[in-house]
Design a binder for this molecule. Sequence first.
Ligand SMILES: Cc1cc2nc3c(=O)[nH]c(=O)nc-3n(C[C@H](O)[C@H](O)[C@H](O)COP(=O)(O)OP(=O)(O)OC[C@H]3O[C@@H](n4cnc5c(N)ncnc54)[C@H](O)[C@@H]3O)c2cc1C
Length: 393
Amino acid sequence: MAPVATGEESTYLPIWQDSEEQRQLRKEIRDFAAREIAPNVMRWDEASEFPADVVKQMGNLGLLGIIFPTELGGAGLGYVDYVLAVEELSRVDGSIGIIVASHNSLCTNHIFIAGNDEQRARWVPKLASGQSLGAWGLTEPNSGSDAAGARTSAVRTANGWKLNGSKTFITNGTYADVAVVIAVTAREKGTRGLSAFVVERGTPGFRSGKKENKLGLRASDTAELIFEDCEVPHENLLGTEGEGFIDSMRVLDGGRISIAALSLGIAQGALDAAVKYTKERRQFGKAICEFQGIQWKLADMATQLDAARLLTLRAAQMKDAGRKTTLESSMAKLHASETAVKICDECVQLHGGYGFIKDYPAEKFYRDVKLCTIGEGTSEIQRMVIARELLKK
Ligand SMILES: Cc1cc2nc3c(=O)[nH]c(=O)nc-3n(C[C@H](O)[C@H](O)[C@H](O)COP(=O)(O)OP(=O)(O)OC[C@H]3O[C@@H](n4cnc5c(N)ncnc54)[C@H](O)[C@@H]3O)c2cc1C
Protein backbone atom coordinates (compact mmCIF):
# COMPACT_ATOMS: atom_id res chain seq x y z
CA MET A 1 0.00 0.00 0.00
CA ALA A 2 1.64 3.25 -1.10
CA PRO A 3 1.36 5.67 1.81
CA VAL A 4 0.94 8.97 0.02
CA ALA A 5 -0.40 9.70 -3.45
CA THR A 6 1.10 13.07 -4.22
CA GLY A 7 3.26 15.66 -2.47
CA GLU A 8 4.29 15.49 1.18
CA GLU A 9 1.49 17.84 2.27
CA SER A 10 -1.26 16.05 0.38
CA THR A 11 -4.01 14.50 2.40
CA TYR A 12 -5.31 12.58 -0.60
CA LEU A 13 -4.38 8.94 -0.52
CA PRO A 14 -4.84 6.17 -3.05
CA ILE A 15 -8.14 4.32 -2.94
CA TRP A 16 -7.71 1.91 -0.10
CA GLN A 17 -7.39 -1.75 -0.99
CA ASP A 18 -7.26 -4.34 1.76
CA SER A 19 -4.49 -6.91 1.64
CA GLU A 20 -4.88 -10.68 1.93
CA GLU A 21 -3.53 -10.42 5.52
CA GLN A 22 -6.13 -7.78 6.35
CA ARG A 23 -8.94 -9.90 4.94
CA GLN A 24 -7.68 -12.79 7.03
CA LEU A 25 -7.48 -10.59 10.15
CA ARG A 26 -11.04 -9.40 9.57
CA LYS A 27 -12.26 -12.97 9.16
CA GLU A 28 -10.51 -14.20 12.30
CA ILE A 29 -11.99 -11.37 14.38
CA ARG A 30 -15.42 -11.86 12.83
CA ASP A 31 -15.36 -15.57 13.72
CA PHE A 32 -14.10 -14.80 17.23
CA ALA A 33 -16.82 -12.19 17.76
CA ALA A 34 -19.56 -14.52 16.48
CA ARG A 35 -18.35 -17.34 18.73
CA GLU A 36 -17.29 -15.62 21.95
CA ILE A 37 -19.08 -12.27 22.02
CA ALA A 38 -22.43 -12.44 20.18
CA PRO A 39 -24.05 -15.08 22.43
CA ASN A 40 -23.35 -12.99 25.56
CA VAL A 41 -24.02 -9.44 24.41
CA MET A 42 -27.43 -8.86 25.99
CA ARG A 43 -26.56 -10.65 29.23
CA TRP A 44 -23.45 -8.50 29.72
CA ASP A 45 -25.42 -5.39 28.76
CA GLU A 46 -28.27 -5.99 31.19
CA ALA A 47 -25.99 -6.94 34.08
CA SER A 48 -23.37 -4.28 33.22
CA GLU A 49 -20.94 -7.18 33.37
CA PHE A 50 -17.33 -6.61 32.38
CA PRO A 51 -16.36 -9.44 29.98
CA ALA A 52 -13.11 -10.37 31.72
CA ASP A 53 -12.74 -13.78 29.99
CA VAL A 54 -13.11 -12.29 26.53
CA VAL A 55 -10.60 -9.58 27.39
CA LYS A 56 -8.13 -12.31 28.36
CA GLN A 57 -8.79 -14.15 25.09
CA MET A 58 -8.28 -10.96 23.12
CA GLY A 59 -4.90 -10.60 24.81
CA ASN A 60 -3.97 -14.08 23.55
CA LEU A 61 -5.09 -13.11 20.04
CA GLY A 62 -2.89 -10.01 20.04
CA LEU A 63 -5.82 -7.59 20.02
CA LEU A 64 -4.56 -5.75 23.09
CA GLY A 65 -1.31 -4.84 21.38
CA ILE A 66 -2.33 -4.37 17.77
CA ILE A 67 -0.33 -1.23 17.01
CA PHE A 68 2.84 -2.04 18.96
CA PRO A 69 6.01 -3.65 17.64
CA THR A 70 6.55 -7.35 18.15
CA GLU A 71 9.78 -6.62 20.11
CA LEU A 72 7.54 -5.01 22.73
CA GLY A 73 5.04 -7.87 22.77
CA GLY A 74 2.66 -6.30 20.27
CA ALA A 75 1.16 -7.65 17.06
CA GLY A 76 3.32 -5.33 14.94
CA LEU A 77 0.37 -4.12 12.87
CA GLY A 78 -0.70 -0.62 11.87
CA TYR A 79 -3.62 1.75 12.33
CA VAL A 80 -5.47 0.45 9.27
CA ASP A 81 -5.42 -3.04 10.82
CA TYR A 82 -6.45 -1.49 14.12
CA VAL A 83 -9.45 0.18 12.47
CA LEU A 84 -10.50 -3.13 10.92
CA ALA A 85 -10.20 -4.89 14.28
CA VAL A 86 -12.09 -2.29 16.32
CA GLU A 87 -14.79 -2.10 13.65
CA GLU A 88 -15.28 -5.87 13.53
CA LEU A 89 -15.53 -6.16 17.33
CA SER A 90 -17.87 -3.17 17.63
CA ARG A 91 -20.14 -4.52 14.93
CA VAL A 92 -21.07 -7.19 17.45
CA ASP A 93 -20.57 -5.27 20.70
CA GLY A 94 -19.40 -1.67 21.03
CA SER A 95 -18.42 -2.36 24.65
CA ILE A 96 -15.68 -4.68 23.46
CA GLY A 97 -14.60 -2.07 20.91
CA ILE A 98 -14.15 0.66 23.52
CA ILE A 99 -12.28 -1.65 25.93
CA VAL A 100 -9.77 -2.47 23.15
CA ALA A 101 -9.61 1.14 21.97
CA SER A 102 -8.86 2.76 25.32
CA HIS A 103 -6.33 0.06 26.22
CA ASN A 104 -4.43 0.24 22.90
CA SER A 105 -4.55 3.80 21.68
CA LEU A 106 -4.86 5.71 24.95
CA CYS A 107 -3.04 4.00 27.83
CA THR A 108 -0.46 1.84 26.06
CA ASN A 109 0.11 4.30 23.26
CA HIS A 110 0.80 7.16 25.70
CA ILE A 111 3.55 5.05 27.28
CA PHE A 112 4.78 4.03 23.82
CA ILE A 113 4.99 7.52 22.33
CA ALA A 114 6.04 9.51 25.41
CA GLY A 115 7.97 6.99 27.49
CA ASN A 116 11.73 6.43 27.45
CA ASP A 117 13.25 3.04 26.59
CA GLU A 118 13.10 1.78 30.18
CA GLN A 119 9.50 2.83 30.60
CA ARG A 120 8.48 1.20 27.34
CA ALA A 121 10.31 -1.99 28.30
CA ARG A 122 8.75 -1.96 31.75
CA TRP A 123 5.08 -1.51 30.82
CA VAL A 124 4.38 -1.98 27.09
CA PRO A 125 5.10 -5.76 26.81
CA LYS A 126 2.71 -6.61 29.65
CA LEU A 127 0.02 -4.32 28.27
CA ALA A 128 0.47 -5.32 24.64
CA SER A 129 0.30 -9.03 25.45
CA GLY A 130 -2.78 -8.56 27.60
CA GLN A 131 -1.08 -9.56 30.85
CA SER A 132 -2.06 -6.14 32.18
CA LEU A 133 -5.10 -4.03 31.34
CA GLY A 134 -4.66 -0.29 30.84
CA ALA A 135 -6.69 2.85 31.55
CA TRP A 136 -6.05 6.48 30.65
CA GLY A 137 -7.15 9.29 32.93
CA LEU A 138 -7.49 12.79 31.57
CA THR A 139 -11.12 13.77 32.33
CA GLU A 140 -12.04 15.12 35.77
CA PRO A 141 -15.39 16.02 37.32
CA ASN A 142 -14.86 19.68 36.42
CA SER A 143 -12.67 19.42 33.34
CA GLY A 144 -13.82 17.46 30.31
CA SER A 145 -13.71 19.41 27.06
CA ASP A 146 -11.41 21.88 28.77
CA ALA A 147 -8.92 19.17 29.68
CA ALA A 148 -6.23 21.71 30.53
CA GLY A 149 -8.38 22.76 33.49
CA ALA A 150 -7.41 19.58 35.38
CA ARG A 151 -7.08 19.92 39.18
CA THR A 152 -5.44 16.60 40.07
CA SER A 153 -2.03 17.62 41.37
CA ALA A 154 1.38 15.97 41.46
CA VAL A 155 3.86 17.46 43.89
CA ARG A 156 7.53 16.57 43.90
CA THR A 157 8.76 14.64 46.96
CA ALA A 158 12.17 13.27 47.97
CA ASN A 159 11.40 9.95 46.26
CA GLY A 160 9.16 10.94 43.40
CA TRP A 161 5.73 12.55 43.07
CA LYS A 162 2.66 12.67 45.31
CA LEU A 163 -0.70 12.68 43.50
CA ASN A 164 -3.97 14.02 44.88
CA GLY A 165 -7.29 14.33 43.08
CA SER A 166 -9.63 12.25 40.98
CA LYS A 167 -10.37 11.29 37.39
CA THR A 168 -13.86 10.58 36.17
CA PHE A 169 -15.49 8.46 33.43
CA ILE A 170 -12.36 6.37 32.95
CA THR A 171 -12.76 3.33 30.67
CA ASN A 172 -11.42 0.13 32.32
CA GLY A 173 -11.10 2.21 35.53
CA THR A 174 -12.15 -0.58 37.91
CA TYR A 175 -10.12 -3.35 36.29
CA ALA A 176 -6.99 -1.68 34.95
CA ASP A 177 -3.63 -2.82 36.30
CA VAL A 178 -1.87 0.23 34.87
CA ALA A 179 -3.23 3.77 34.55
CA VAL A 180 -1.71 6.74 32.77
CA VAL A 181 -2.84 9.84 34.63
CA ILE A 182 -2.50 13.50 33.74
CA ALA A 183 -1.80 15.80 36.70
CA VAL A 184 -0.83 19.41 37.30
CA THR A 185 2.85 19.81 38.14
CA ALA A 186 3.10 23.61 37.70
CA ARG A 187 -0.28 25.36 37.72
CA GLU A 188 1.14 28.74 36.62
CA LYS A 189 2.40 27.22 33.37
CA GLY A 190 -1.06 26.35 32.00
CA THR A 191 -0.96 23.62 29.38
CA ARG A 192 2.84 23.41 29.88
CA GLY A 193 2.25 22.65 33.55
CA LEU A 194 0.62 19.24 33.11
CA SER A 195 2.54 15.97 33.27
CA ALA A 196 1.67 12.31 32.78
CA PHE A 197 2.33 9.58 35.33
CA VAL A 198 2.01 5.83 35.31
CA VAL A 199 0.22 4.57 38.40
CA GLU A 200 0.04 0.85 39.01
CA ARG A 201 -2.77 -0.97 40.80
CA GLY A 202 -1.75 -1.62 44.38
CA THR A 203 0.11 1.67 44.79
CA PRO A 204 -0.91 3.00 48.24
CA GLY A 205 -3.31 5.94 47.91
CA PHE A 206 -4.67 4.82 44.53
CA ARG A 207 -8.10 3.23 44.21
CA SER A 208 -11.02 3.05 41.85
CA GLY A 209 -14.18 4.84 42.87
CA LYS A 210 -17.73 4.90 41.56
CA LYS A 211 -18.50 2.56 38.68
CA GLU A 212 -20.94 4.40 36.40
CA ASN A 213 -24.36 3.00 35.46
CA LYS A 214 -24.62 3.95 31.79
CA LEU A 215 -27.05 4.44 28.90
CA GLY A 216 -24.98 2.27 26.58
CA LEU A 217 -21.70 0.39 26.23
CA ARG A 218 -22.77 -1.12 29.51
CA ALA A 219 -20.39 -4.07 29.46
CA SER A 220 -17.47 -1.67 29.30
CA ASP A 221 -16.32 -0.35 32.63
CA THR A 222 -16.41 3.39 33.30
CA ALA A 223 -15.19 4.43 36.72
CA GLU A 224 -13.51 7.03 38.86
CA LEU A 225 -9.82 6.90 39.71
CA ILE A 226 -8.99 8.37 43.12
CA PHE A 227 -5.58 9.53 44.32
CA GLU A 228 -5.04 10.35 47.99
CA ASP A 229 -1.42 11.12 48.81
CA CYS A 230 -0.53 8.52 46.21
CA GLU A 231 3.25 8.48 45.83
CA VAL A 232 4.93 7.20 42.69
CA PRO A 233 8.71 7.09 42.03
CA HIS A 234 10.46 9.51 39.63
CA GLU A 235 10.65 6.72 37.06
CA ASN A 236 6.85 6.87 36.72
CA LEU A 237 6.87 10.40 35.28
CA LEU A 238 6.12 9.69 31.63
CA GLY A 239 8.14 11.66 29.12
CA THR A 240 9.20 15.16 30.03
CA GLU A 241 7.78 17.12 32.96
CA GLY A 242 5.30 19.68 31.60
CA GLU A 243 4.68 17.81 28.33
CA GLY A 244 1.74 15.73 29.56
CA PHE A 245 -0.96 17.82 27.91
CA ILE A 246 0.87 18.10 24.60
CA ASP A 247 1.52 14.35 24.59
CA SER A 248 -2.15 13.75 25.44
CA MET A 249 -3.20 15.66 22.35
CA ARG A 250 -0.87 13.44 20.27
CA VAL A 251 -2.40 10.40 21.94
CA LEU A 252 -5.87 11.66 21.03
CA ASP A 253 -4.87 12.02 17.37
CA GLY A 254 -4.64 8.22 17.35
CA GLY A 255 -7.46 7.65 19.83
CA ARG A 256 -9.96 9.55 17.72
CA ILE A 257 -9.32 7.18 14.84
CA SER A 258 -10.38 4.34 17.10
CA ILE A 259 -13.59 6.13 18.12
CA ALA A 260 -14.29 6.59 14.40
CA ALA A 261 -13.74 2.81 14.01
CA LEU A 262 -16.03 2.15 16.98
CA SER A 263 -18.68 4.30 15.24
CA LEU A 264 -18.24 2.39 11.96
CA GLY A 265 -18.63 -0.95 13.71
CA ILE A 266 -21.78 -0.01 15.61
CA ALA A 267 -23.27 1.57 12.46
CA GLN A 268 -22.41 -1.48 10.34
CA GLY A 269 -24.08 -3.71 12.92
CA ALA A 270 -27.17 -1.48 12.76
CA LEU A 271 -27.21 -1.47 8.96
CA ASP A 272 -26.88 -5.28 8.84
CA ALA A 273 -29.76 -5.57 11.33
CA ALA A 274 -31.88 -3.14 9.29
CA VAL A 275 -31.29 -5.01 6.01
CA LYS A 276 -32.14 -8.34 7.63
CA TYR A 277 -35.26 -7.06 9.34
CA THR A 278 -36.69 -5.20 6.34
CA LYS A 279 -36.36 -8.38 4.27
CA GLU A 280 -38.24 -10.38 6.90
CA ARG A 281 -40.94 -7.96 8.00
CA ARG A 282 -44.08 -7.99 5.90
CA GLN A 283 -46.71 -5.25 5.72
CA PHE A 284 -49.32 -4.52 3.03
CA GLY A 285 -48.66 -8.01 1.67
CA LYS A 286 -44.95 -7.45 0.93
CA ALA A 287 -41.56 -7.50 2.63
CA ILE A 288 -41.08 -3.87 3.71
CA CYS A 289 -37.74 -3.74 1.84
CA GLU A 290 -39.79 -3.80 -1.37
CA PHE A 291 -41.09 -0.28 -0.66
CA GLN A 292 -39.01 2.39 -2.32
CA GLY A 293 -39.21 4.59 0.80
CA ILE A 294 -37.43 1.86 2.76
CA GLN A 295 -34.90 1.17 -0.02
CA TRP A 296 -33.87 4.83 -0.11
CA LYS A 297 -33.27 4.83 3.61
CA LEU A 298 -31.06 1.72 3.33
CA ALA A 299 -29.20 3.21 0.38
CA ASP A 300 -28.49 6.44 2.31
CA MET A 301 -27.34 4.52 5.38
CA ALA A 302 -24.90 2.40 3.34
CA THR A 303 -23.56 5.37 1.37
CA GLN A 304 -23.01 7.56 4.42
CA LEU A 305 -21.35 4.69 6.24
CA ASP A 306 -18.90 4.09 3.40
CA ALA A 307 -18.05 7.80 3.25
CA ALA A 308 -17.28 7.71 6.98
CA ARG A 309 -15.19 4.57 6.47
CA LEU A 310 -13.09 6.24 3.78
CA LEU A 311 -12.38 9.23 6.02
CA THR A 312 -11.40 6.87 8.84
CA LEU A 313 -9.14 4.76 6.65
CA ARG A 314 -7.51 7.90 5.29
CA ALA A 315 -6.62 9.04 8.80
CA ALA A 316 -5.37 5.54 9.65
CA GLN A 317 -3.29 5.31 6.48
CA MET A 318 -1.73 8.70 7.17
CA LYS A 319 -0.90 7.62 10.72
CA ASP A 320 0.75 4.47 9.35
CA ALA A 321 2.77 6.69 7.02
CA GLY A 322 4.04 8.62 10.05
CA ARG A 323 2.11 11.77 9.18
CA LYS A 324 0.49 14.22 11.61
CA THR A 325 -3.25 13.51 11.59
CA THR A 326 -4.79 16.07 13.95
CA LEU A 327 -7.12 17.41 11.24
CA GLU A 328 -7.89 14.09 9.58
CA SER A 329 -8.46 12.23 12.88
CA SER A 330 -10.95 14.87 14.02
CA MET A 331 -12.72 14.87 10.66
CA ALA A 332 -12.99 11.09 10.74
CA LYS A 333 -14.20 11.05 14.34
CA LEU A 334 -16.72 13.84 13.79
CA HIS A 335 -18.17 12.46 10.58
CA ALA A 336 -18.15 8.79 11.54
CA SER A 337 -19.74 9.36 14.95
CA GLU A 338 -22.47 11.71 13.73
CA THR A 339 -23.22 9.43 10.77
CA ALA A 340 -23.35 6.40 13.06
CA VAL A 341 -25.83 8.10 15.39
CA LYS A 342 -28.11 8.82 12.39
CA ILE A 343 -27.78 5.25 11.07
CA CYS A 344 -28.64 3.72 14.44
CA ASP A 345 -31.63 6.05 14.76
CA GLU A 346 -32.84 4.98 11.31
CA CYS A 347 -32.27 1.33 12.23
CA VAL A 348 -34.69 1.68 15.16
CA GLN A 349 -37.18 3.45 12.88
CA LEU A 350 -37.00 0.68 10.29
CA HIS A 351 -37.80 -1.87 13.01
CA GLY A 352 -40.96 0.02 14.01
CA GLY A 353 -42.15 -0.96 17.49
CA TYR A 354 -39.73 -3.91 17.51
CA GLY A 355 -36.91 -1.36 17.38
CA PHE A 356 -37.91 -0.34 20.87
CA ILE A 357 -37.90 -3.85 22.24
CA LYS A 358 -34.87 -5.66 23.62
CA ASP A 359 -35.56 -8.85 21.63
CA TYR A 360 -33.99 -7.06 18.64
CA PRO A 361 -30.49 -5.53 18.47
CA ALA A 362 -31.61 -2.10 17.20
CA GLU A 363 -32.23 -0.50 20.61
CA LYS A 364 -28.78 -1.49 21.86
CA PHE A 365 -26.97 -0.02 18.83
CA TYR A 366 -29.01 3.17 19.38
CA ARG A 367 -27.93 3.38 23.03
CA ASP A 368 -24.31 2.38 22.48
CA VAL A 369 -23.58 4.68 19.58
CA LYS A 370 -24.23 7.94 21.43
CA LEU A 371 -20.90 7.71 23.26
CA CYS A 372 -19.15 8.15 19.92
CA THR A 373 -20.13 11.83 19.61
CA ILE A 374 -18.97 12.45 23.20
CA GLY A 375 -15.88 10.40 24.14
CA GLU A 376 -12.34 11.58 23.25
CA GLY A 377 -13.72 15.04 22.50
CA THR A 378 -17.34 15.88 21.71
CA SER A 379 -18.47 16.78 18.19
CA GLU A 380 -18.24 20.44 19.19
CA ILE A 381 -14.61 19.96 20.23
CA GLN A 382 -13.82 18.13 16.96
CA ARG A 383 -15.24 21.12 15.06
CA MET A 384 -13.02 23.42 17.14
CA VAL A 385 -9.95 21.28 16.29
CA ILE A 386 -10.83 21.16 12.58
CA ALA A 387 -11.45 24.92 12.40
CA ARG A 388 -8.20 25.64 14.28
CA GLU A 389 -6.23 23.52 11.84
CA LEU A 390 -7.92 25.20 8.85
CA LEU A 391 -7.31 28.68 10.15
CA LYS A 392 -3.60 27.93 10.78
CA LYS A 393 -3.06 27.63 7.04
C1 LIG B 1 -18.44 5.99 28.48
C2 LIG B 1 -17.37 7.03 28.60
C3 LIG B 1 -16.04 6.64 28.56
C4 LIG B 1 -15.03 7.59 28.73
N1 LIG B 1 -13.72 7.18 28.80
C5 LIG B 1 -12.75 8.08 29.13
C6 LIG B 1 -11.41 7.65 29.39
O1 LIG B 1 -11.08 6.46 29.29
N2 LIG B 1 -10.50 8.60 29.76
C7 LIG B 1 -10.83 9.91 29.89
O2 LIG B 1 -9.95 10.70 30.24
N3 LIG B 1 -12.09 10.35 29.65
C8 LIG B 1 -13.06 9.47 29.30
N4 LIG B 1 -14.35 9.90 29.08
C9 LIG B 1 -14.67 11.31 29.23
C10 LIG B 1 -15.02 12.00 27.91
O3 LIG B 1 -13.88 12.14 27.11
C11 LIG B 1 -15.69 13.34 28.27
O4 LIG B 1 -16.96 13.03 28.81
C12 LIG B 1 -15.82 14.27 27.10
O5 LIG B 1 -14.55 14.72 26.69
C13 LIG B 1 -16.72 15.48 27.40
O6 LIG B 1 -16.37 16.08 28.60
P1 LIG B 1 -17.53 16.42 29.69
O7 LIG B 1 -18.29 15.16 29.90
O8 LIG B 1 -16.89 17.05 30.87
O9 LIG B 1 -18.48 17.46 28.97
P2 LIG B 1 -18.31 19.07 28.95
O10 LIG B 1 -16.93 19.43 28.59
O11 LIG B 1 -18.85 19.60 30.23
O12 LIG B 1 -19.28 19.46 27.77
C14 LIG B 1 -20.70 19.66 27.92
C15 LIG B 1 -21.22 20.19 26.58
O13 LIG B 1 -20.64 21.48 26.32
C16 LIG B 1 -20.02 21.46 25.04
N5 LIG B 1 -18.87 22.35 25.04
C17 LIG B 1 -17.87 22.42 25.95
N6 LIG B 1 -16.99 23.37 25.60
C18 LIG B 1 -17.45 23.92 24.45
C19 LIG B 1 -16.99 24.95 23.57
N7 LIG B 1 -15.85 25.60 23.81
N8 LIG B 1 -17.73 25.26 22.49
C20 LIG B 1 -18.88 24.60 22.21
N9 LIG B 1 -19.36 23.62 22.99
C21 LIG B 1 -18.65 23.26 24.09
C22 LIG B 1 -19.63 20.00 24.81
O14 LIG B 1 -19.42 19.74 23.44
C23 LIG B 1 -20.84 19.29 25.39
O15 LIG B 1 -21.87 19.28 24.45
C24 LIG B 1 -15.37 8.96 28.88
C25 LIG B 1 -16.72 9.35 28.87
C26 LIG B 1 -17.71 8.40 28.75
C27 LIG B 1 -19.15 8.85 28.80
